[in-house]
Design a protein around this ligand. Structure first.
Ligand code: GLN
Length: 396
């Protein structure tokens, strides 16, 4: 039977399902080591697990206030003040969301009209493409050029125009591992000010750094009112499945974002919001330890990848490594990633997932190192054998 009209809205056509999450499913089928999707295989801090159980036992089991429990908003406002000197009013400037994934899409739905241009630095975290499509934005891509993954300030300047509504910035950056310098952030900030654009900044990896400092965009001159800061508990407290994220923005922006958030999700899980309060109380020592432990994992995986012939970049922050796969002689990144998970038992994410056009990422694969040492060592050993086998497979 031919349908008179399309069943699906046009907005679903412009993007595919997540390749990152597809690689996780594929890895499960082949029983491999999942260095694809960025979620830890080690425990969350005991303090927040105890607090979560306590919250459920105390029957904090009904809806929290839609924009976040008072205790979590208060704790977040305190934490932003202490860590970065940011002046965040918990009553008018904070929205707690179902992960930073919801934070990004609720933000864009609240600020972007169909046809508005949104600048995205490329390569970018896979979600930003579909996020732009869902809200009808016209994405404008500006490259972060290897090997340093810096943008050209002139090229960025040329991307801004009267139709530019926002720019999405992600530092520490997934997938490149860049931590943008103050100078780079200032360049972006001054373009936002000149063009009356909003900076949507995804700072989910703020505490996972090996070089540089984390400078929230909202702390730069004149940026507090035109910045939407997104972060969350997932990466900082190793609880990606809890779905607790948040948004800091000026009251006017927050009012719009809260309306979208309310009607899309009502709210993030109430008992887990209480648990994140306990996490935030851990403070600087915890964040320092987190970064130290991730540095050891980074060095382990980067070393193993070098020995296996992958020419990895060394990230300054976040927990991903981008690798050049040209030495392996495959037709493209997807063919290589598929072969790797099937034959070698290690899953990575094909580079094309991070680009607007597939061919831009065809020479790359991304691995995550948010895994325990034993798993990283085992993955390294498997990858070491991959070179010779890849050359044979590519020839066949
Ligand atoms: N940020 C993680 C990654 O890039 C995954 C997040 C997710 O799948 N929601 O792998």
């Amino acid at each position: 039977m031919r349908l008179a009209r399309a069943r699906l809205a046009a907005r679903t056509v412009g993007f595919t399902e997540s390749v990152i999450r597809e690689m996780t499913r594929l890895n499960a089928v082949h029983g491999g080591i999942n260095l694809a999707q960025g979620f830890p295989n080690f425990p969350a801090p005991a303090e927040i697990k105890v607090a979560a159980k306590r919250a459920i036992d105390e029957d904090i089991n009904q809806y929290a206030i839609t924009w976040g429990s008072k205790s979590l908003r208060d704790a977040l406002a305190r934490s932003y003040g202490e860590l970065y000197g940011m002046d965040v009013d918990p009553e008018t400037m904070l929205t707690v969301t179902c992960g930073s994934t919801e934070a990004m899409v609720s933000t864009l739905l609240a600020i972007v009209d169909p046809g508005d241009e949104v600048i995205v630095l490329e390569p970018f975290y896979e979600n930003y493409g579909p996020d732009a499509a869902i809200c009808g934005a016209a994405p404008v891509f500006v490259p972060l050029r290897p090997p340093e993954y810096r943008f050209d300030p002139d090229e960025l300047r040329r991307a801004f125009n009267t139709r530019t509504k926002a720019i999405i910035v992600n530092s520490p950056n997934n997938p490149t591992g860049r931590v943008f310098t103050r100078e780079e952030l200032e360049t972006i900030a001054s373009l936002c000010r000149d063009h009356d654009a909003i900076c949507v900044t995804d700072e989910i990896y703020e505490h996972i750094r090996y070089a540089g400092e984390h400078i929230p965009m909202a702390t730069l001159d004149g940026m507090a009112d035109r910045t939407v800061t997104i972060s969350g508990a997932s990466k900082t407290f190793s609880v990606t499945g809890w779905r607790v994220g948040w948004i800091v923005a000026a009251p006017e922006l927050t009012a719009g974002i809260r309306k979208v958030h309310d009607f899309v999700t009502v709210g993030a899980p109430a008992p887990l919001q209480e648990a994140v309060v306990a996490g935030l109380a851990l403070g600087r020592d915890y964040y320092d330890r987190l970064a130290r432990e991730y540095r050891a994992r980074r060095d382990l995986l980067v070393g193993a990848l070098e020995r296996a012939g992958f020419a990895p970049n060394t990230p300054e922050g976040a927990y991903y490594v981008l690798c050049d796969i040209r030495p392996f002689g495959f037709a493209d990144d997807a063919a290589f990633a598929l072969w790797l998970v099937r034959e070698i038992g290690v899953a990575g994410v094909p580079g094309s997932s991070f680009f607007s056009r597939r061919e831009l990422g065809r020479d790359l694969i991304r691995f995550t190192f948010c895994k325990t040492e034993d798993l990283l060592v085992e993955a390294g050993e498997r990858l070491r054998g991959a070179g010779d086998r890849a050359r044979i497979a590519a020839r066949a």
